[in-house]
Structures are given as structure tokens and as C-alpha cells.
Design a protein around this ligand. Structure first.
Ligand SMILES: NC(=O)c1ccc[n+]([C@@H]2O[C@H](COP(=O)([O-])OP(=O)(O)OC[C@H]3O[C@@H](n4cnc5c(N)ncnc54)[C@H](O)[C@@H]3O)[C@@H](O)[C@H]2O)c1
Ligand SMILES: O=C(O)C(=O)C[C@@H](O)[C@H](O)[C@H](O)COP(=O)(O)O
Ligand SMILES: [Zn+2]
Length: 358
């Protein structure tokens, strides 16, 4: 039956189910987690469809409609959103229908936003297929990007279940292991010092992330996310801590052009920046060298790419959703495992960015 973790949202509780081979039981799982549903449509990442579509369909007596979404960050767009809603209307989905999002964070975010808004909200199930999606599939943040910035349009809409089959992660390319693992490290840094230390001591290379241990590792990381979103689902307070590394990370993604650097790679640069900022603003001492060396050993970049400008990044960061009246706010660490949200003066950010640009 695999391992489960129950998450409480404001509207309902839902389960994260981690079970090897569960992709062959999707029809059964759907009945269990969304009782009484009238119809379903599977919205699936194109690469994932090529590899696993038949596996997902194998348990249905009558195959549901499948909509394939082009792989990549560019699909988190108005165009894809519009196309998907149109296809659901044409398919005749009613308010008791269920959307199943199968893929990484891109498909989860856009399909989740479709479900959040279709007829003012229908149920949806997250079937994460990347490491990164251990983060994106839990907590109910859904949305799309705007040319001006990441995730600027969206809604909070909790899934009815998160169905993880760790076997699927075996086909992930190295760059995607790296992207997803950044959010695992983030969870340790902001909320679970022992977990962070365990990662540094035990995961020496991305090849250490093999299927036999990924289920446990991801559940531990999801537990951090669950602890936070259960207390503050709609980001009125501590949920912002999950945004550690993201103020700069999102700015980098948008400035470079979506998809040039993966989300996790951009967040990794943002985390090192936020640790340096923490030392400056909070007069604390953090293991920046250790984290930086660790990230570099795993193949992450930790400084800013050529072509990025301080002015461009600052303009983006002023549009970040945490900004208040144009003042930038950053998640900083007073120590590993303890995060907080702080307003930081533009001059301080500017001078530190200068150091990172070199
Ligand atoms: N909603 C949230 O709380 C939240 C949290 C974190 C990140 N995000 C968002 O998630 C997105 C990134 O998600 P992602 O890293 O999963 O990227 P992604 O969805 O683009 O997937 C990464 C790549 O891996 C491929 N892929 C997916 N599963 C595969 C598999 N099992 N085998 C082989 N290839 C596979 C995809 O086709 C794609 O090319 C970003 O847009 C980010 O903003 C959202
Ligand atoms: O769940 C959250 O809250 C997070 O901040 C998790 C992040 O890893 C994720 O990238 C999220 O999409 C960022 O949210 P945003 O509100 O900054 O768009
Ligand atoms: Zn993220």
C-alpha cells in the first residue's frame, strides 16, 4: 500500500501516497480519493506521456481523455491555460469532474490553476513525476507565469490527493535531479537542521538519489512543507519561509528567459545570496562555505551568470509577491533551521549583488 502522509488544508484533508508501481493503479486511486466523480481528464507532460502514458491508462476499463502539454517552463502560460480550459469545456466536464495533473511542477501548476478556476473550481489530483514536484504538488499553490514575473497569476487550490510513484523518477535526467534536489536542501535549511546535515553527510552525488531511498527522502522533505502549509496555507505568515532563495531565484528565471536555467538551479543561487544577506542583515554566522561547496560539488552554479544586470534583477524583485509597497522582502536565516521574513534596503541588496556578479 506504500507510505502515506495526511495533509490538512482549510477545505479538506488529503493524502500524499508514496507507492512504487502505483501508476498501474490510477483508476482505483481516483475512485478512492475523489468519490462520486463524473468524468476525468488526464493532463500530462509530453515527455512523461511518451514514457508512461500507457502505464497510467492501463487500469481504466474505458480510457479517459488525455491532454498532452508541451514540456518546459514556457507551458506555464496564458496560452496553455486557455487551451486547456477550452479542451475541458469541449470534453463536457461538469463540476463533479476531476482533473489529473501528471508531470512535474509545470504541469502541476498550470493544470492545478485550470482546476482552481474551471467553473470556479473542480477537484484535481497531483501525480508528481519529478523530484521537484514533491514541493509543487503539496500545499495548493497553482498558477502560471507572466512575462513580467514568475507565478504572478494563480490561486490557492488544494489537491484531493498527491499520488507519487517513485519508480517514475528513475527516468529523470541529471539536470532535473539537480533542480528538484535544491528544494530538498531548502527544506532542510529553513526548517530542519538535522535533515540538512544528513543530506550533506549522505548525498555526495546526484547518483546517490536512487529509487530505493527517494521515497523516504522525499517524504521527509514533504513533512517540512506540510508542517508549514498546515499552519499557514494562504501565506499570511510563515509560509513565506518556503520562499527561501526564491526572491532572487525567480528574478533570475524571468531575466534569463523562462527555461534557460531550471527552477531549482536558480533557487540554489538565490539561497547562497540569501545566506550572505542573512549574515549582513542579521549579524549571524552561517555555514555559507559548506553549503556553497556542497552545491558546487553537486553541479550547481552559485554565482550570477553573465548578462544579468543588477538593475534588471532589482526591478524583478520589486514585483515579487512578498514585496510590500515596492519594498523588497527576503527570507533570511538566523541559523540553519530557523527562517524569518525581513524587509531589506535596496542599497544592501545592490552591493551584495555586485559581489555575486564579481
Ligand atoms: N506550486 C508550488 O508550490 C511550486 C513549488 C516548487 C516549484 N514550482 C514550480 O515548478 C516548476 C518546476 O517543476 P519541475 O522542476 O518539475 O519542472 P518540469 O515540470 O518542467 O519538469 C522538468 C522536466 O522533466 C521532464 N520530466 C518530468 N517527469 C519526468 C520523468 N519522470 N522522467 C523523465 N522526464 C521527466 C519534463 O518533461 C521536463 O522536461 C516551476 O515552474 C516552479 O515555479 C511550484
Ligand atoms: O509553497 C510555497 O509557498 C513555496 O514558496 C514553494 C516554492 O518552492 C515554489 O517555487 C512556489 O511556487 C513559489 O511560490 P511563489 O508564491 O513565490 O510564486
Ligand atoms: Zn520553488
Amino acid at each position: 500500500m506504500g507510505q502515506t502522509l495526511t495533509i490538512k488544508s482549510a477545505t479538506h484533508s488529503y493524502q500524499v501516497v508514496m507507492e512504487k508501481g502505483s501508476r498501474f493503479r490510477l483508476a482505483e486511486q481516483l475512485k478512492q480519493h475523489t468519490p462520486g466523480y463524473t468524468k476525468t481528464v488526464l493532463i500530462i507532460d509530453k515527455n512523461v506521456a511518451d514514457l508512461y502514458k500507457e502505464d497510467f491508462l492501463s487500469s481504466f476499463a474505458e480510457a479517459p481523455q488525455v491532454i498532452e502539454v508541451a514540456s518546459g517552463e514556457r507551458s506555464k502560460s496564458f496560452e496553455t491555460y486557455h487551451q486547456l480550459v477550452t479542451k475541458l469545456l469541449e470534453a463536457g466536464l461538469d463540476r463533479k469532474a476531476v482533473v489529473v495533473a501528471i508531470g512535474g511542477g509545470v504541469v502541476g501548476d498550470v493544470a492545478g490553476f485550470v482546476a482552481a478556476t474551471y467553473m470556479r473550481g473542480i477537484r484535481f489530483i497531483q501525480v508528481p513525476t519529478t523530484i521537484l514536484a514533491h514541493d509543487s504538488s503539496v500545499g495548493g499553490k497553482t498558477g502560471i507565469n507572466h512575462p513580467l514575473g514568475k507565478n504572478l497569476i494563480g490561486a490557492f487550490h488544494a489537491p484531493s490527493a498527491v499520488l507519487y510513484d517513485p519508480e517514475i523518477l528513475e527516468s529523470l535526467p541529471e539536470a532535473e535531479l539537480r533542480s528538484g534536489f535544491a528544494e530538498v536542501i531548502k527544506h532542510g535549511l529553513i526548517h530542519d537542521r538535522a535533515f540538512y546535515t544528513w543530506l550533506v553527510d549522505h548525498i555526495h552525488s546526484l547518483t546517490d538519489l536512487h529509487v530505493d531511498m527517494l521515497g523516504d527522502l522525499l517524504l521527509r522533505s514533504i513533512k517540512v512543507k506540510a508542517d508549514v502549509v498546515e499552519v499557514d496555507e494562504k501565506e499570511q505568515g510563515i509560509r513565506a519561509h518556503l520562499n527561501f532563495g526564491h526572491t532572487l531565484g525567480h528574478a533570475i528565471e524571468a531575466e534569463l528567459g523562462y527555461g534557460q536555467l531550471t527552477h531549482g538551479e536558480a533557487v540554489a543561487i538565490g539561497m547562497i545570496f540569501a545566506m550572505k544577506l542573512s549574515e549582513k542583515v542579521l549579524h549571524t554566522t552561517l555555514p555559507i562555505d559548506e553549503t556553497s561547496t556542497y552545491l558546487q560539488r553537486l553541479g550547481y552554479e552559485t554565482s550570477l551568470r553573465k548578462g544579468l544586470t543588477i538593475a534588471g534583477l532589482i526591478d524583478r524583485m520589486k514585483l515579487d509577491k512578498k514585496a510590500s509597497s515596492g519594498n523588497m522582502q527576503f527570507v533570511l536565516l538566523s541559523e540553519v533551521g530557523i527562517a524569518g521574513l525581513y524587509q531589506v534596503q535596496e542599497e544592501v541588496i545592490e552591493s551584495l549583488l555586485q559581489e555575486l556578479i564579481g
